[in-house]
Design a protein around this ligand. Structure first.
Ligand code: PLP
Length: 391
């Protein structure tokens, strides 16, 4: 199985071509937004070509076979038996998070997240005039764990109505264990807190780890909505079709009623075609991609920690996004992201974007879903510049 790396410069790639807009510098090597520099599986391209050759692009119903391909994927690779009537469309996981905030909570209600976390979570809360509550993950022996007491106390103190869970967790790369998920969910159930479980990275799992869908850990139907997609799994972000899984009739009705007010009920025909074919035929491609990502992470960690022994490259259990702490090499006022942009011409997600405080300004997030040569180049530039600081 071959996975092809593509030079995406001058193709309207956000990652490569919007770097200047985002960072204000030309010629940065980009490792920020979470998509891959790999061509989609051959079967996806073939299915799209066939559709293009047919040549009629009128109104289109979501194919039953598309829904079936997703149900089969969930059952085969996640042991999650999803029913057809639970599935709802949204053009992306982030839109669905915003819609669910509006469906399930009211203005000024408190919504909880575990920081550092994917920053559109906090933006969705703030933009919808809800109260942002943060449960900070705790770094212990080089690994992030959940402070369950703080989690429950924050729920009680703030009368939290909704928790947005990131599983696996972007940016710290944790794949939560069944027991961690169960503890979190039992607390939410006890306090009648709705949960959105964002599982968009569910298929990007490194060897030795095992992903558990939140819905399979216990009976949480009356508080839980799971969001997922083929977006990260098969590099199909442009397809704009994602899944909301809503087993509970009452929550579904709230979601459906909200959807009636915005009338966005189905996606784009190209997306349906691409995603169905990826779920049906893309597994060998995904296996190869997982190998490349894991190898890139190992290469990067090896090069960095060999020359910068006080740098922390956190274990990558899942996602293709690495989390790195450069505190030992930076001055008080320096931001890791800003420093690496200015001194190494590298564009990473800045640590400070991932919480409401500037708590993580000495950290950065690196996207490993690219050619190994790019990852090595980034590591070499970092080592060369920071190595001069002599620690
Ligand atoms: C945790 C998480 N959720 C959602 C998204 C984006 O989802 P979408 O493009 O479907 O809105 C990302 C992309 O990086 C992500 O990491």
């Amino acid at each position: 199985m071959k996975v092809k790396y593509k030079d995406r410069r001058n193709t309207n790639s956000k990652k490569w071509d919007s770097c200047y807009e985002k960072y204000g510098e030309k010629d940065l090597l980009p490792f920020w937004i979470a998509d891959m520099d790999f061509e989609a599986p051959e079967a996806v391209k073939d299915a799209l070509k066939e559709f293009v050759d047919f040549g009629v692009f009128g109104y289109f119903d979501p194919p039953k076979s598309y829904i079936e391909s997703f149900i089969t994927w969930e059952s085969t690779y996640h042991n999650y038996q999803v029913k057809d009537e639970w599935i709802r469309f949204s053009p992306g996981v982030v839109p669905a998070i915003n819609w669910l905030i509006q469906s399930l909570t009211k203005e000024n209600n408190s919504i909880l997240i575990m920081t550092p976390v994917y920053y559109p979570f906090k933006e969705a809360i703030v933009n919808n005039n809800r109260n942002l509550v943060e449960n900070y993950l705790v770094e212990k022996n080089g690994k992030y764990i959940i402070d369950f007491d703080d989690f429950e106390n924050k729920i009680i103190a703030n009368e939290v109505k909704l928790f947005i869970f990131c599983s696996p967790h972007n940016p710290i790369g944790r794949v939560w264990t069944k027991s961690e998920i169960k503890t979190v969910m039992d607390i939410c159930k006890k306090h009648k807190v709705y949960v959105i479980s964002d599982e968009i990275h569910q298929d990007i799992i490194m060897s030795g780890n095992s992903q558990t869908p939140t819905a399979t850990v216990g009976d949480y139907d009356n508080i839980l909505v799971t969001l997922t997609a083929a977006t990260k799994t098969f590099n199909l972000a442009a397809c704009k079709n994602s899944f909301a899984i809503i087993p509970d009739e009452f929550i579904r009705e709230k979601f459906d009623n909200f959807k009636q007010t915005i009338r966005i009920n189905e996606g784009n025909s190209f997306g349906y075609i691409a995603i169905e074919s990826a779920y049906n035929y893309g597994r060998p491609w995904l296996n190869k991609v997982l190998e490349i990502i894991e190898n890139n992470y190992i290469e990067f960690k090896g090069l960095i920690t060999k020359k910068l022994p006080l740098a922390k490259v956190f274990d990558l259990e899942g996602t293709y996004l690495g989390w790195v702490d450069l505190s030992a090499y930076l001055d008080d006022k320096e931001s890791a992201g800003e420093f690496l942009k200015n001194n190494c011409n590298l564009a990473f997600d800045y640590g400070e974007w991932f919480s409401s405080e500037r708590k993580y300004s000495k950290y950065f997030r690196i996207n490993f879903a690219t050619d190994t040569s790019n990852v090595i180049l980034a590591a070499e530039r970092i080592v060369e510049i920071l190595g001069k600081r002599g620690k």
